[in-house]
Design a protein. Structure first.
Length: 191
């Protein structure tokens, strides 16, 4: 009989163990990715947001200790009414235990969360409370060596029905970006 220790109250989400993180970090350094914003990846994230209708879109490279959004599209900050609480803005860096991309990387397949509140495993994630994220759609960036470099993803502060069209869009976007990244590596040119 095995014993499973109780989980802490209110923290049902555990960031999955990522045994490939050291190798991924080395591969990202070799490719020159994951350390600075890339205008071409910001443009890619913008197109992804437009394609899906999501206010947030990211190209996320996940290292050993953090996530880095080399491509980022966030909505314009809205004016805050007097007495209203403000949410922090999504920046280029995020802790490794925040968000849903680390799950996509370890699972090695797309993840669609139409309403994160419907999934106890994900509802306690810090991005839900800190940024108000309610829905997520992401796909892994798997290169020709089989390494998962990171993800492309979109998120919304409202529940979203992503459905099959959303999954197809995020998967094809991931495949397109991997092709561009590998072409960049082969040619030695920027995106």
């Amino acid at each position: 009989m095995s014993y499973d220790p109780p989980r802490p109250a209110g923290r049902l989400l555990l960031t999955p163990e990522d045994k490939e993180a050291p190798d991924r970090a080395r591969r990202l350094r070799l490719l020159g990715l994951g350390e600075h914003p890339e205008p071409a990846l910001d443009a890619f994230a913008q197109r992804l947001a437009e394609r899906t209708g999501a206010p947030y879109a990211m190209v996320n490279f996940i290292g050993e200790d953090r996530q880095f959004f080399a491509g980022l599209r966030v909505p314009e900050p809205r004016p805050v009414a007097r007495g209203e609480d403000t949410k922090p803005e999504v920046g280029r860096y995020m802790e490794r235990d925040h968000g849903f991309c680390p799950h996509v990387v370890v699972r090695r397949k797309a993840l669609a969360l139409e309403d994160v509140g419907d999934y106890p495993r994900f509802a306690g994630n810090p991005v839900v409370d800190e940024f108000g994220i309610r829905s997520y759609l992401g796909a892994p960036l798997i290169d020709s060596t089989g390494m998962v470099l990171g993800t492309v993803c979109v998120a919304d502060v409202e529940p979203r029905t992503w459905g099959k069209p959303g999954l197809e869009a995020i998967k094809s976007s991931a495949a397109e970006l991997v092709t561009r990244l590998e072409r960049r590596e082969a040619d030695g040119f920027p995106l």
